[in-house]
Design a protein around this ligand. Structure first.
Ligand SMILES: Cc1ncc(COP(=O)(O)O)c(C=O)c1O
Length: 418
């Protein structure tokens, strides 16, 4: 029995899908302790947009460490934090006409969601927040309340308060006017629901099964929120930071959310970091009203700042759009022909291959992802019963690497489906 089985909690998950011991990583590859390389189509669940150990980011971090740069400073002012704030404001927010205050809630995504919910309730003086069926917003109690999956919800051991779930335009509700329905719930004083303080949405439900909403849906959601004095929170934790081919996933819709949550790849190299962006008038926090020890990982500031260089210097957003076309073409020509019941959807470099019509239990998709791993590809699943293979490579992936990973999926699917 390994030390992991002996000592580590049963709660562990990804190590069960990828049962080797990893040792080092570089670019789009992870290597196990025996030196076998695996192409990474999972990217730390979206935390590694710039690849593993991006050499430029590592160089900046190494310089900082060699200089004796501060590693822990609570939320005190530091040179590293100043540089990140200046650069993020000048290079990301201003060119997009976005005027946001920036809050560092605590290290992980769920912390950003918690602080967004707290602030929305404080600003509006209302308790309810609308989230969507299929949503994933994190595991701490406030965020878990807005995460729809029954399995982790049941583990909370306490009622999950303050969230009402609305239909998301997918599956049973695909042709249903979900925005019209929400409007009706808000306007009908017999709907049994109060007007919410906020509506929280992902523009592509990632854990939910790679389900994008269209631009018009987002625009209608923005209008509805404006009309009824509701704050719009876009959770860009998994699909922000360039994943969709824009820095923010909502840019294409031309909307400005009231709050945006970012985490995962904002830290550049996979270090914990999260941000809450909020319109300045919403920043009614009192000092230390939402406090914490790890709200400014200094090395992550350095890495996050260096990542902004990589984003610009490599024209990464253009690269994502080009690679998206490679993904679509490959799926159409080589994966769909394996079985015409296979569906796919996505945006940028997040695509899902949906095997629900072949096997709604998820067993088939499970076998295919297992086969992919045997064939040297790390790929996870998402959606109801995990029926969707999730293509989520580092954004810096080359066309050749991308095609070799897609070939492993096609070959593995053929092998399993027959
Ligand atoms: C959209 C979204 N929100 C929130 C979270 C929670 O982030 P974390 O796991 O860092 O707490 C995730 C994680 O997958 C996510 O995908």
């Amino acid at each position: 029995m390994s030390i992991f089985d002996q000592v580590e909690s049963e709660v562990r998950s990804y190590c069960r899908s990828f049962p080797v011991v990893f040792d080092r990583s570089e670019g789009c590859y992870m290597y196990d302790e025996n030196g076998r390389g695996y192409l990474d189509f999972f990217s730390g669940a979206g935390a590694l947009n710039y690849g593993h150990n991006n050499p430029y980011i590592i160089e900046k971090m190494t310089e900082y460490l060699a200089h004796g740069g501060i590693l822990h400073a609570l939320d005190m002012n530091t040179v590293a934090k100043r540089k990140f704030l200046e650069d993020f404001n000048e290079r990301i927010l201003k060119p997009r006409g976005l005027d946001y205050k920036i809050m560092f809630p605590a290290p992980t995504g769920t912390n950003a969601v918690e602080s967004a919910f707290k602030l929305a309730r404080k600003v509006k003086g209302r308790q309810t927040i609308f989230a969507f069926q299929g949503a994933f917003h994190g595991m701490s109690l406030g965020a878990l309340a807005a995460t729809s999956h029954a399995y982790p919800r049941a583990a909370s051991g306490t009622p999950l308060y303050g969230i009402t779930f609305m239909p998301y335009p997918f599956g049973f509700n695909k042709s249903f006017d979900t925005i019209g329905y929400i409007e009706n719930v808000i306007e009908d004083d017999h709907s049994g629901s109060e007007v919410p303080a906020a509506i929280v949405a992902e523009t592509v439900q990632a854990e939910g099964g790679i389900i994008p909403v269209d631009v018009q849906w987002l625009q209608r959601l923005r209008k509805l929120c404006d009309k009824h004095g509701i704050l719009l929170i876009i959770d860009d934790i998994q699909i922000g930071c360039g994943r969709t081919g824009e820095f923010f996933s909502f840019e294409k819709a031309g909307i400005v959310p009231d709050m945006v949550t970012l985490s995962k790849s904002i830290g550049g190299i996979g270090l914990p970091m999260s941000l809450l962006l909020m319109k300045p008038e919403l920043d009614i926090w009192g000092p230390a009203e939402h406090n914490g020890t790890f709200r400014g990982n200094q090395l992550a500031f350095v890495a996050a700042d260096a990542a902004l260089d990589v984003l610009e210097d490599t024209k990464l957003l253009d690269h994502v759009k080009e690679m998206e076309q490679v993904v679509i073409k490959y799926i159409e020509e080589n994966i769909l022909p394996v079985d015409r019941r296979i569906e796919y959807r996505g945006r940028g470099l997040i695509y899902g291959i949906d095997f629900t019509a072949l096997d709604p239990s998820g067993a088939l998709a499970g076998k295919i992802s297992k086969k992919c791993f045997e064939n040297g590809l790390i790929i996870e699943r998402s959606g109801r019963n995990d029926t969707v293979l999730k293509i989520l490579p580092p954004l810096v992936i080359t066309e050749e690497e991308l095609k070799s990973g897609l070939k492993i999926i096609a070959d593995s699917a053929k092998e399993i489906i027959g």
